[in-house]
Design a protein around this ligand. Structure first.
Ligand SMILES: N[C@@H](CCC(=O)N[C@@H](CS)C(=O)NCC(=O)O)C(=O)O
Length: 203
């Protein structure tokens, strides 16, 4: 199995979750500028040209971070990385995965955009993202992780996107429960190993 990633991108959550699952995998780095890897043209792996992509041993390729996370969790049910398919708890988990993808991930993507000026980004960060951080912070004040006191794949994704805050000058220091969550995640061996593999430091 191969995980295609780019340093510090949204593939980090997939890598953390693969490690939490105890799954063997090979990391293949994608150069965003040239859309190539050591294997050659990345568009041959996925015509989207985006990371993450997970190439299974049978050659099939899965894309979309939240789908990859669910695939890993469902293939390794004994690890409890997501509630079982079809249960009400699973929908709670999907709610979080979707929130992180469409509210936070896309929100941060706006702040990375080369098409917007700094002033618009600053207004967006406080006006739109601020309330979302408040919502997450409030939720994490009641439990260690998004789904309660046990780690799930949704936490890997939340951690992944929140590591971008410093890069786009978003100050999360006032959100104490988010800070505690990030520190908790930084302490997990899966997170430490994933950061090291990408050449990154803890948040
Ligand atoms: N909907 C996709 C979005 C993936 C995505 O936006 N990946 C970014 C990195 S976080 C990427 O590959 N960017 C490279 C580019 O735009 O050229 C997912 O959630 O997996």
């Amino acid at each position: 199995m191969k995980l295609y990633f780019a340093t510090g991108s949204c593939g980090l959550a997939s890598q953390i979750t693969l490690r939490e699952a105890g799954q063997d995998f090979e990391l293949i780095k994608v150069d965003f500028k040239t859309k190539t890897t050591v294997e050659g043209d990345y568009y041959q792996v996925t015509s989207k040209g985006l990371v993450p992509a997970l190439k299974l041993d049978d050659g099939d390729v899965i894309t979309e971070g939240v789908v990859i996370l669910q695939w890993i969790a469902d293939k390794n049910p004994e690890r409890g990385l997501l509630p079982a398919f079809g249960t009400k708890d699973r929908y709670k988990a999907l709610e979080w995965l979707n929130f992180v993808a469409t509210d936070l991930h896309r929100g941060f993507a706006t702040l990375f955009s080369p098409f917007l000026d700094a002033e618009s980004k600053a207004r967006f960060a406080t006006g739109s993202l601020g309330s979302r951080f408040g919502y997450v912070n409030d939720h994490l004040s009641r439990s260690d992780y998004l789904l309660g006191n046990q780690f799930s794949a949704a936490d890997a994704y939340l951690y992944n996107v929140l590591t971008w805050a410093g890069r786009v000058k978003v100050d999360l220091s006032g959100y104490t429960s988010i800070q505690a969550f990030m520190a908790r995640m930084d302490g997990r061996p899966s997170v430490r190993a994933s950061l090291e593999a990408e050449g990154l430091s803890p948040s």
